[in-house]
Design a protein around this ligand. Sequence first.
Ligand code: SAM
Length: 663
Amino acid sequence: MQDLSHAHERMINVQIAGRGLSDSHVLQAMREVPREAFVNPELEEFAYEDGPLPIGEGQTISQPYIVAKMIEAAEVGPDDRVLEVGAGSGYASAVLSRIAAKVYAIERHAALAEAAQQRVDRLGYDNIELRVGDGTRGWPDAAPFDAILVAAASPDVPQALKAQLAIGGRLVIPVGEQRWQQRLRKITRKSETEYEQEDLGAVAFVPLIGEQGWAEDARRAAGNRLAGRAHARTLPQVISDAAEALPAPEDVAFARFVDRYADRRVILLGEASHGTSEFYRARAAFTRQLIVEHGFTIVAVEADWPDAAAVDRYVRHRSVGTSMEPPFQRFPTWMWRNTDVAAFIDWLRAHNEALETERRAGFYGLDLYNMRGSIAAVLEYLDKVDPDAAAVARERYGCLTPWQKEPSTYGRAALTRGFRRCEQAVLEQCRALLEKQLEYARRDGDSFLDAVQNARLIASAERYYRIMYYGGAQSWNLRDTHMFETLQHLLEAGGAASKAVVWAHNSHIGDARHTEMGALREELNIGQLCREHFGTDAALIGFGTHAGTVAAASDWGGELQIKQVLPSHPESYERLCHDAGMPRFGLDLGRDEAFRRQLLQPRLERFIGVIYRPDTELMSHYAEASLPRQFDAFVWFDETTAVTPLGPEHARDGVPDTYPFGL
Ligand code: SAM
């Protein structure tokens, strides 16, 4: 068994206490119960992640935070007799047993109940009585209860459970028809006949199936209602009816799919992995079309600003910085150092050559990871334009120097040493540059924009690494907000008529509000921010695949491997697209409302990043989303292939090292 003690403690501090839960009994009980003992061995390493995990029979062990929240809301105390409906893995019962006098737990799946019983026996928690049955009827022989917790969602509050509450007793239960429209309710019994109700916010649970809950096929029943009742055609047929067949991305006809969005200010192009050739080639084809035919001049990608700036200098035929390191040297190098990106960059350089300087299209990075590169770039710029200011900047950035190489360790230091000085210093430096805008920009507007953007990146990165220690939504949100603001600065700098294409992962560009990220974890992303800001002037285009190969690592910082992508999950959007039976297509999700409505019900969607772990794929790579709300269009490649990383065999004569793809 792995040593998960650090992850366990962090879960308590960050996910539970960090979100405002403070009942000392609950915190102590969560500390005592090893969650890894309640999941299958292959999922142990995820035991303290901030989410539910599969436990078999299509069921889940609840997110730790929600377990703690429900117990705290139910005000469970040491003398209490508690009923838990939906024991699942037995984890919540175990936590309850560390607080209450006696726990009664009911689970409808015999196999789960048996495994749960073995776990609590092994841990010696002997004040739990567990049985198989329909918990919507409660446990009349043991009633009344001081608290009842229900771990599955019901269309209404079961009467039997209300009746089995002691006077003063508390029932905590998720209620709602659809997975994302459930509310956590607390019902307190005030007297024989009176109950008080409180709303505790949005939640997403599996259905409570039983006499006073859902019928056996509850999820499907709710889904069909949503989709407008039984349709004559299956969903794959509906998709194939609406799909526009596409040729390979190299065919000129492929790119015409994007013409319908040509009048938008921003077009965001996604990808379902960071290592799939077809996604890069498709985005390159769309982008070429948008640049050549529709006047787009900004290509902004999910890459670090200073690295992309080196590419930008290359494609816009500007002079190359002297002290810059070659770009894209950090993990995952294949994301930008691959043959598809190199081909696009070469095309962009050739396209720009014939144009006047101001009409050339640029290549920019939206991301904030290369703080070291940005510091070097700001200093190099100031050395050139204002050596006195460079000396001050060196001093200001000095406090970050020890962390430049490994900024992810900065967060801990920032916490333990009260590192306010750095925060002040990097903000002051950013301000100082902006104050000199008129003076500096007069010499060279492009170089000034580059320096200011680097200074902004350093300020964002300082905050990012400081809060990254806490994990969770905040650091993700800061990163995507930084990406969005960088895009805005680019559009502003380009003037009122400027138009941008964005390349980033589906998880960044598909509107987060319609995925688990936003609905359950309060994460936002650049796609959502673009919609909120630009409205229908933004188009969000997602990409997907069924199977094939992908370039990815098994761990952060690990070796690049070419891996097989497993066939898509039977309950995913990808499987619907696969079953539509076409090798490539585009789906315009805004064209036909009846079609759109049929796909609205949230389903699984696959997200492969730079890491791909087929062994734990469902857990590590699938999340629920409502595809037609998330994107304006979806581009499908049934089978895809891994990108080819640049190697010595791709070296080209006469291309210097400092150029993006000199090797
Ligand atoms: N508290 C559990 C844990 O920590 O693992 C969470 C389990 S899961 C979210 C909900 C469980 O409720 C599932 O195992 C499901 O089989 C069970 N369930 C659904 N309807 C039920 C019912 N009527 N009676 C008892 N269990 C039910």
